[in-house]
Structures are given as C-alpha cells and as structure tokens.
Design a protein around this ligand. Structure first.
Ligand code: WT7
Length: 641
C-alpha cells in the first residue's frame, strides 16, 4: 500500500542554540551505541534502574513474546520512590495537583512514599490482595489515583486503570475480562463543574462482576454514598489506619505491571499487558531524553491516568527520574479558556505535553487568550495522540512557545508502552507535521503490503526489532495478540500509515483500519455500533470517522431503524445520548444518518471504507465485493443533500 504525502514540503526548524547547549542529548552517541550493539545499549539503560537481582540475559525473543532482562528482579516503586528518598530528593516535591474547583495538594517524595506504603499495607492486610491479583482503578485524576497505581505496584498487584468517563457497562466488561478482585474508586469525579457519581456507577457495574470482593472509596465530599458492609472500605480511613512502611514485593522483570484496555477494530476492548523491567527501562530513558528532563523542571502532562500517556509520562517516567510532576483535574476550557495558561503561569511549568485536539481548540478561541498570561517559564512543548497538522504545530510553536521552545511530536501507542518516534529536542531539526526518527534502540520501517521495505515514501508503519516496553500480550487472548499485530508482517504491525523521507523522518498518516480517534481517544467502531444497536429502535449501525477541525475526527453514524420506527430529530438526539451514556460522551456521534441499508460484502461485512469515501466526498474505491451496490449510491445522494 502506497500512501501519498498530503503535506507540502516544510522548512525544517532548528532548536535554539541556548536550548541545544544545555540539552541532555547533544550528539548522536546514543544512536551510534544502539546501532552498534542494541542489546548492550538497552542493558546500559536498564542499569539506570535499581534491581534486587541482576538479569542474566538481556533478551529472549520468541516471536511475538519478548522477555527482557531475564531473571532480573525489581519493584517499580522502589525505583519511583525509595531510591529518591534515600538521596537528596526526600523533600523534593513529587506531585503538585490542582482541581477544577481550585483544591490543591502537594506531596514530597517522602509523603508520597508514606501514602503508597499505607495503602499497600491496607490492600495486602485488610483486603488480602496478593501478587498477580488484578485491581481495577476507576477514579478521577487526583493524587489518590497515582497513590493507588503505585500501591498496586508496591505489592505486585496488576493495576487496570479504567478512565472515569466510561459507563457502568464498559467498566463491568473490563472488570470481568480482567477478573479483578478489587476496585478502587471515588465518591465523585468533577468535570466542568458537574459532579459525576462514580460510586453509583461502580455499584451498577458490580451488579454483575462476581470476581470483585472489595471496593475502596476515596471520599472527597461529605455526601452519603451507598455502602455495602464487608465489601466497601473508606480509602482515607485505610490510609490512616495503616503503617507507613511496606516492604516492596520483589517482582520478576517479566511479571505484569499493568493491564490497560484499548479499543480494537472489531470486538471487545483489548487488555494490553505490560511487564516490569523492560517497561520501566524505556519509561525512564525516554522521559529523560525526549523531555530533556532536569532536576528543576516542573513537568505537566495533561493526559488522564486512564490512558497510556498518563501511565508512562504522568506517573512512571517522571517519578523514575525524580521529577516534579504537575497534575490537573480539569478540561482545557473550564472555568475559562485561559485556565491552562493560568496554571502554567502560576506553577511556572517548564515542560508541557498535550494533544493536538487541545491545541486545535486553543487555536479556535484565538491567541488573544494565551497572550494575557506569562508563559516565560516554558522551555519545551510536546504533542501526542494523533498527527499534528502543520497549522496547529506552528500556532503552538509561535503562540505558546514564543518560538523559543522546541516541540516534540511523539508517536507511540498503548502497545508500545512508550515513545517510539520523535525528534530529540536539543539535537534534531523539527519538521512541522512530521514526528521524526525512531529513538535510539528502536527500529521502524514503512512497508509495502507484501512486507518489503520502503526507503523513501509512504506505507504501513512497522517496528522491526523487539524493544523493552513492547506489549507482552492481550489479557486472556494470545491468539488475538498474534492476529492483530503479528500476522500481517514478520515484524510488529502498528496499524498506522506513514511516510518516511530521505532523512529518516516519519510523518504519520493515521490509522489504516477503522478505529476512530476522537480528540486523541481511540474508539473502536464496534463499541459505538454495538451500543447503537443495543437501543431497541435500532436494527443496524455503522460508524466512521469524519474530519473535524477540533477533535481530529468526529463520529458519523449510519443507522437502520427497526420496522415501524420513523426517523426524527428527536430520535437522532435520543440515540446520541444513548451512546454517550452507554460508552462515554467522547463516543457520542456528531451526526446520525438514517438509511434503509448499509453497504456490505457478500460475507456480510459492512464496508466502512465506502461510507468514509462517500462522507468525505471522495470517489468510491473498489465496489466489486459489494452485495448491494445500489445502496452506496443512495447514501451518496443523501449525504450531498
Ligand atoms: C495511536 C495510538 C500514544 C499515546 C496516546 C494514544 C495515534 C499517537 C501520534 C503522533 C500521529 C499518533 C496513532 C497511534 N498517534 N501519537 N504523534 N502522530 N499519530 O495511544 O490510544 O494507543 O493510540 O494514536 O494512530 O497508532 P493509543
């Protein structure tokens, strides 16, 4: 598959001399070392962690399962916390947090360690949670969520964080798939001034999640919540009643650290498994070199811990490096459109990592808003989640970075565990719209459909050598892991289209399959479609992504109504609300097209590609496999109205 470049050639931009001179990475040394001896290079990075027991072999590769740092033993929290409190960093601020309503918390490394140990003690002693047990975390973006993540890691329980915007049904699916024994939640989450009753959602999910024996509830309000004795525990009391030291569980390098659910093209979400030694090695190394992270930085990654970005670059990566992390529980436009700039000014944020969807929203409200704030503390900007178009890149560079801050456009996935492709901020020229090169120790190529390499031009992105933070599987479904990522090529199939240029820079083109990427959130078409079909009035549904200036993609749904049901504006709104409630407001379709039929192959598969082409006013591609060719022409007519 050859993919045409959509962007005109852009002029490369050099990072400023002032930045480059002080940068952690100033030369190609790491690239050269990794190219000479990749495994030795990764071993050198792994040695930057504290191990209880050294590994004996760097890599055992039995495609598609990698084992890194074989027989090594370590604990994630010893590395994120204990080694800092045993050094000069004990009183250094680890986390600074602010909520949308202005609540504040700040925790030193010592204080964070104390709380993590207390919760670890409670989970193991009062809830009898053991190494390898799954614990689901369904909480708002608060320090308590970070504490819960780390407490699981301390005792060797596998955490599965479910974004607190998911519905009871989505939560239930994930609880059952992972067979979690415990869920940690809050009484409420706050979003745009509204409180969301998390505990009620959890109670609904627990109607049918028999593996869950314990529920910890972090109470932020004095509101009374439904309480089930012998099952529900008060998070704050748990911390108060437990002792402040917990001996960390010594984990095998290949013991799972967490599961994180992500949407696929078809079927239910995939529980991506990450293990301990390799994941932490890459998290520590990539955070340091990509963000040029130094001791006095105040680092803000705007992602929620419910996504992989929050795992790797809000918790593990920065804490491994002993950094000061800022966390904000709120959206970019509430209580006003200047809130992010206000926070940067007040907390003197120096590194800011966000998503193109947020940048496009800022652009829409205009530069007069950031101009009202002092953003001089910023020295580095980052982008992640979808391709950043050159227009948004330039706006970010000019109006937020004042042309002084390099931008790192970081390409990676839940499955890759950490950043794979980006420029290094003090070393490389930036090309707006293009992510850059694979990091030292990472190999990427664009491939033709038949697996042959493309040295210059567009194709399917593949990572061609195993890397430490690669996914080790899909929870409970090794066949699917193989089918999705390892059956197309001999090497890892990322599912993204990309163009590689003569300098080895990769420009990402988005998903080659049907997965939707709305505001940086990957949503499976299946999840949205099946929720629509769950509505008693709907017979069948297909959803596609259409270009959206703000969100990157918005969802367009094609719906076949059941006999006797007539279409109306009210019904359209009803269906939108239905999806928002069932999955998440993120998954709500922007528009619904009622149609008597859908384009299908003879084997009965909906051809979403044709719907996309029709919706984007493109000429239709191959229609020979259609069983009902007339319908796509009718849909085209309807869309052009
Ligand atoms: C997909 C992964 C990586 C954490 C956030 C999303 C797209 C991600 C970029 C980028 C172009 C990007 C890809 C990728 N993507 N970053 N810098 N440029 N596309 O994680 O939910 O696993 O989604 O997001 O399509 O495959 P995810």
């Amino acid at each position: 598959m050859t993919i045409e470049s959509l962007y005109d050639d852009v002029t490369p931009i050099k990072p400023s001399k002032a930045f480059s001179e002080k940068a952690i990475i100033k030369t190609d040394d790491d690239y050269n070392k990794a190219n000479t001896d990749r495994l030795k290079f990764w071993e050198e990075q792994a040695k930057q962690l504290t191990w209880d027991q050294a590994w004996d072999t760097p890599l055992k590769w039995e495609r598609p399962i990698a084992k890194w740092f074989v027989n090594g033993k370590l604990n994630a929290t010893t590395n994120c916390l204990d080694r800092h409190i045993m050094s000069k960093k004990t009183d250094k601020t680890a986390l600074i947090w602010e909520s949308e309503s202005g609540d504040k918390q700040s925790l030193s490394y010592k204080q964070l360690h104390d709380k993590v140990c207390r919760l670890a003690n409670y989970l193991s002693q009062s809830c009898n949670i053991k190494k390898g047990d799954r614990v689901t975390l369904y909480m708002s973006l608060t320090p308590e969520l970070a504490i819960a993540v780390l407490a699981c890691a301390r005792i060797g329980a596998i955490h599965s964080v479910v974004f607190a915007g998911f519905s009871a049904e989505s939560l239930q699916d994930r609880l059952n798939d992972s067979e979690s024994v415990c869920i940690i939640t809050g009484d409420i989450a706050i979003r745009r001034g509204k409180s969301i009753k998390l505990k009620e959602i959890v109670d609904q999910a627990l109607d049918n999640a028999p593996s869950v024996k314990h529920v910890l509830v972090h109470k932020r309000t004095t509101e009374i919540v439904n309480w089930v004795n012998n099952r529900d525990h008060d998070f704050n009391e748990a911390l108060n009643s437990s002792s402040s030291y917990h001996e960390p569980e010594s984990m095998d390098s290949e013991d799972p650290l967490f599961i994180l659910y992500t949407s696929g093209t078809t079927g239910k979400p995939k529980g991506i498994i990450h293990t301990t030694g390799g994941y932490l090695t890459h998290a520590q190394y990539s955070t340091k070199i990509v963000f040029d992270l130094k001791d006095d930085d105040i680092y803000w990654c705007t992602a929620d811990i419910g996504w992989i970005t929050g795992h790797t670059y809000l918790i593990y990566g920065p804490l491994l490096n002993g950094a000061t992390v800022f966390m904000y529980e709120g959206t970019p436009d509430y209580p006003n459109e200047g809130i992010f700039w206000d926070l940067i000014q007040r907390y003197k944020i120096s590194i800011f990592y966000t998503a193109p969807t947020a940048i496009r929203a800022f652009m829409k409200s205009g530069e007069s808003i950031p101009e009202q704030y002092n953003l001089a503390s910023l020295r580095l900007l980052g982008s992640v989640g979808e391709p950043i178009n050159p227009e948004a890149w330039n706006w970010y560079y000019t109006h937020i970075g004042q042309k002084q801050c390099p931008i790192v456009d970081t390409w990676w996935q839940t499955e890759t565990g950490g950043i794979m492709i980006t420029t290094l901020p003090g070393l490389h020229d930036m090309k707006p719209g293009s992510a850059g090169k694979p990091l030292p120790g990472i190999q990427a190529q664009c491939l033709h459909d038949d697996g042959t390499a493309i040295h210059s031009g567009g194709g399917l992105l593949s990572l061609t050598e195993p890397w430490p933070s690669m996914a080790r599987g899909i929870w409970g479904d090794s066949k699917r892991f193989n089918d999705v990522y390892w059956s197309k090529f001999d090497t890892y199939f990322a599912g993204d289209g990309a163009i590689v240029d003569d300098n080895g820079y990769f420009t990402l083109l988005g998903r080659v399959d049907d997965v939707l990427n709305v505001a940086g959130h990957r949503i499976g078409t299946m999840e949205v479609e099946s929720s629509l079909v769950d509505c008693p009035k709907v017979a069948e549904a297909a959803v596609i992504g259409i270009q959206d200036r703000i969100k990157g993609q918005a969802i367009l749904a094609f719906v076949i109504l059941k006999e006797g049901i007539s279409e109306s504006i009210d019904l359209e709104n009803e269906l939108k609300q239905f999806v928002a409630k069932k999955i998440s407001p993120i998954a709500k379709p922007k528009a619904i097209i009622f149609t008597p039929d859908l384009p299908k192959t003879r084997s009965g598969k909906i051809m979403r590609r044709l719907l996309k082409q029709a919706a984007n006013n493109e000429t239709l591609g191959d229609t020979t496999s259609l069983s009902n060719p007339q319908i796509i022409k009718d849909i085209q007519k309807q869309l052009s109205k």
